[in-house]
Design a protein around this ligand. Structure first.
Ligand SMILES: C[S@@+](CC[C@H](N)C(=O)[O-])C[C@H]1O[C@@H](n2cnc3c(N)ncnc32)[C@H](O)[C@@H]1O
Length: 270
């Protein structure tokens, strides 16, 4: 997505920076406003690796979707999908199998507006405005159920979004509710910001307290606990570039630079 929004979609809160728009800035997109760019520049001063974090996270997204497609998944649900950029779930999934169906979900107005534009003309991909914290409601959404068959396996993604769910909203309990609702044979891919041994990331987390999306960074153990109940696909919970890399260059010398853990859980068929 490269076009700058020429008008502000309804319900856009410009009083605070938003995670979706700041992330778009890190990825080099232009679906962001002055308040987001100011915040992102401050974030880059605290942690210059923020762009690399976003890039490595998007590469994990693409590998996770290819992995699910290779394992027969033909319908995907990307929750907290953000502002679509090149290499989005439907592009990867439909390149692997053109009949793949993809529902995106986000609760941010600019992300919704841009997704609508990007998905125009694609009968097998939609964007639904919804909140991750209402699993039953989301999986009953009429637009979503018109596209996805929830009685069949779905590849679900919650990438770089669970750190926006605070403990008081019980992220592990929410993920467990999704696990129960999903058909056996489904997958859930997650990635999650961490400040394990990374003091500058703690400072970055403090900065996000002033945004629309305060962040809760978690340890490897806490991220692993989010997938409790799922079978962990090899290699388990690792830094994003370490999850089934397609070349040694992707991992590089310092996978911790990704400042995020990633993993894929499987709900077995029996
Ligand atoms: C950093 S972006 C990640 C985008 C994409 N998943 C990726 O990994 O490239 C996080 C997204 O999560 C969305 N988000 C945060 N809390 C949410 C919630 N409770 N329900 C739905 N979306 C949410 C934000 O609006 C934002 O678009």
């Amino acid at each position: 997505m490269t076009s700058r929004p020429d008008r502000q979609p309804e319900q856009v809160d410009l009083s605070k920076p938003s995670a979706a728009r700041v992330y778009d800035y890190f990825l080099g997109g232009s679906s962001n406003f002055a308040i987001d760019r100011e915040f992102a520049r401050e974030a880059l001063q605290i942690f210059p690796g923020a762009r690399e974090y976003a890039r490595l996270n998007r590469m994990f997204l693409q590998r996770a979707v290819r992995f699910m497609a290779d394992n027969g998944i033909r319908q995907f649900l990307d929750i907290g999908s953000g502002i679509p950029t090149v290499g989005a779930v439907h592009e990867v999934a439909q390149a692997a199998a053109p009949e793949s169906r993809v529902a995106y979900v986000d609760n941010e107005a600019v992300a919704i507006a841009h997704s609508e534009i990007m998905l125009e003309g694609n009968d097998n991909a939609i964007i639904v405005q919804g909140d991750m914290r209402a699993p039953e409601e989301l999986l009953r959404d009429p637009d979503l159920t018109a596209l996805l068959d929830t009685s069949e396996p779905i590849g679900v993604l919650m990438l770089a979004m669970l750190h926006f769910i605070p403990e008081q909203d019980d992220p592990a309990g929410l993920v467990e509710r999704y696990r129960q609702l999903l058909a056996p044979g489904s997958y859930l891919a997650i990635s999650h910001g961490t400040d394990d041994d990374l003091p500058e990331i703690t400072a970055l987390g403090d900065l996000y307290k002033n945004s629309t999306n305060p962040a809760t960074l978690r340890t490897k153990q806490q991220v692993t606990a989010l997938l409790q109940g799922f079978e962990l696909v090899d290699p388990g919970i690792v830094f994003t570039p370490e999850w089934r890399p397609e070349s040694p260059e992707e991992v590089g010398d310092d996978p911790q630079r990704s400042v995020a853990y990633a993993g894929v859980g499987y709900k077995p068929k029996s």
